[in-house]
Design a protein. Structure first.
Length: 571
């Protein structure tokens, strides 16, 4: 397991606007809400532009203080959402102005998450909720004035209350557009073009309209609008495995006129594999800002092509409160500065919780719910796509109750953050998981934790000189355990495996040379595993004969050579 080198110190409100009307998460019963007092002059339609932020940009939304941005997690549905960074002097209001018809009743709804999140109409009605750890739906209706042709809708948080998220917005009613009251023709030939355990792909024939079709709305069960697209195909995500869904599509024009529904198609999603999504791939070497002369993350990115870093370590600063190394602030410190720089350069990070030493959240948070709350603070602070629980030593790895606590907390945050990937990292023998590694995997299955990646650390196991052979043997042993525990085939098991090595000399003087690490990477690619990491970028510098130290590998190598090799991992 890892000691001085691996986890030397091992311990370690803005707002967010979430995506609108894009996908539902588990079943038809969770679909988006219907309208209130809808107009009789035209069938109800969502007249907002980019309601689910699926374009990947803000437009036509605009946010005060440039505090709004698009994130991919946590979302209520679909692939993108809006987050607003509330400050002590700005509520991070994000708004959009649309054309409306006079003397007409509209219903505004949206899914929000955070402390004190508001939606409303400028100069009119509003509503709010406090929902810091899960999405809740807000709905408010209003009637336009006798000469009103425009309305501005908004979402915002509250001063100094932290980031908010909002998703799946809808403004139901007829759009402005003068005398156009003619609806498009109904889409035809709706069919399913593909499916997985959590997605269904659809296509249909185009509708016609006297002015022009501007969008197609996909429904489930006839009333729950899931997604709005501009083309004649779409993929609905976030569905439950082995579940039948019935879909229809309606066309919509710029005036808000909606067509009749297309033919209905019923599709049953594939059976689930019992584990997290196998398509997840991540090359993410460790970067530790509290030790080992940390290099410039963006300079290394530019030199090597690496996009992800595993940021170490998130620990407990007391009272089940997350902090970098247990001492540096969660936000507004050097760690956030570096993370912002990484993201500005087109990369991203996955934080590593735990390690070999220090005061760990998994061990110190009193319950799984408390631990899930601590994890959620970090997820919210950085709009994370993935988290890594590095489970080591006797306080976490060799404590079965703490193992269960960690796995239960990961299950909770994954359920509350659709799309979040969960990784567990732990030590191994040369032939596969040890007793406690096997126990961890068995508990993950028994608890239904839905872990995406089981990452082994194939070093410091007294493995001798054959670091390639022992690493492959350890990974094959892990594969066999995943197959027997979850009932997976070879491909599915490999797709849930990660390898986290150590470059150059390990604590036990094992030597993983650049040539060996290249061979391990090539094996990982050929077997399509999920994740490749190593400890650490801080040590990715030459110092032949330098021994086991924090800021170089102890061997002769090129600067950033291991990071360049790792960047070639594609899975």
């Amino acid at each position: 397991m890892r000691n001085l080198l691996r986890h030397a110190l091992g311990h370690a409100p803005g707002q967010s606007v979430r995506r609108g009307l894009v996908a539902f998460v588990a079943s038809v019963g969770l679909g988006l809400g219907g309208a209130v007092a809808l107009p009789s002059t035209a069938e109800a339609a969502n007249v907002l532009g980019n309601p689910g932020f699926e374009t990947g940009g803000l437009s036509p939304w605009s946010c005060s203080g440039n505090l709004g941005s698009i994130v991919s997690t946590p979302t209520h549905g679909g692939s993108n959402a809006l987050t607003g960074a509330v400050s002590s002097s700005d509520t991070a209001q994000c708004a959009q102005t649309v054309s409306v018809q006079p003397n007409t009743t509209y219903s505004l709804s949206g899914w929000v998450r955070g402390s004190y999140v508001y939606i409303g109409i400028d100069g009119g009605a509003s509503t709010w909720t406090t929902s810091p750890s899960a999405y809740s739906q807000l709905t408010v209706s209003f009637t336009t004035g006798a000469a009103q042709t425009g309305a501005t809708v908004y979402v915002h948080g509250w001063y100094a209350q932290g980031a908010y998220y909002a998703d799946d917005f809808s403004l139901d009613g007829p759009g402005g557009g003068g005398s156009d009251t003619q609806a498009p023709t109904a889409p035809a030939n709706l069919t399913s073009t593909g499916k997985t355990s959590s997605t269904v792909s659809l296509s249909w024939s185009a509708s016609s309209d006297n002015v022009g079709v501007t969008a197609y709305d996909i429904y489930s069960g006839g009333t729950n609008r899931l997604l709005s697209v501009s083309g004649t195909s779409a993929t609905v995500s976030g569905l439950a495995a082995s579940t039948p869904y019935t879909f229809t599509v309606k066309a919509r024009d710029a005036a808000g006129n909606s067509s009749a529904a297309s033919n209905a198609v019923t599709v049953t999603t594939d059976a689930g594999s019992g584990g997290g999504g196998g398509a997840f791939k991540q090359a993410a070497p460790y970067l530790y800002l509290g030790w080992g002369d940390p290099p410039s993350a963006t300079s290394v990115m530019s030199a090597t092509g690496i996009k992800w870093y595993t940021m170490a370590f998130m620990l407990d600063s007391g009272g089940c409160t997350p902090a970098w190394d247990g001492t540096r602030p969660l936000t507004d410190g050097v760690d956030q500065t570096v993370i912002n720089q990484i993201r500005a350069a087109g990369g991203d990070i996955v934080p590593s919780f735990g390690g070999w030493q220090g005061s760990k959240l998994g061990a110190n948070c009193s319950t799984a719910a408390a631990l899930a709350g601590a994890l959620q603070k970090v997820i919210d602070a950085y709009s994370l796509k993935a988290i890594d629980m590095d489970i080591e030593n006797t306080d976490e790895f060799e404590n079965e109750a703490v193992q269960a606590k960690i796995l239960t907390a990961l299950k909770t945050v994954k359920a509350n953050n659709p799309g979040l990937r969960t990784i567990v990292t732990f030590g191994t023998s040369t032939t596969g998981p040890t007793y406690y590694g096997n126990r961890l995997i068995e508990q993950a299955q028994a608890l239904g934790a839905d872990i995406d990646v089981f990452t082994i650390m194939p070093f410091d196991f007294g493995g001798g000189s054959d670091m390639y052979g022992n690493t492959v043997a350890a990974a094959e042993g892990l594969k066999a355990k995943l197959k027997s525990t979850f009932g997976w085939d070879d491909a599915t098991a490999y797709a849930h495996i990660g390898i986290s090595g150590m470059n150059g000399l390990s604590d036990q003087q094992e030597n993983t040379t650049p040539a060996i690490w290249t061979a391990i990477r090539d094996w990982a690619n050929s077997h399509h595993i999920a994740r490749l990491a190593y400890w650490a970028v801080n040590r990715d510098r030459p110092c032949a004969g330098g021994g086991v130290v924090s800021n170089c590998s102890g061997i002769d190598q090129g600067t950033w050579q291991y990071t360049s090799i790792t960047a070639g991992f594609t899975g």
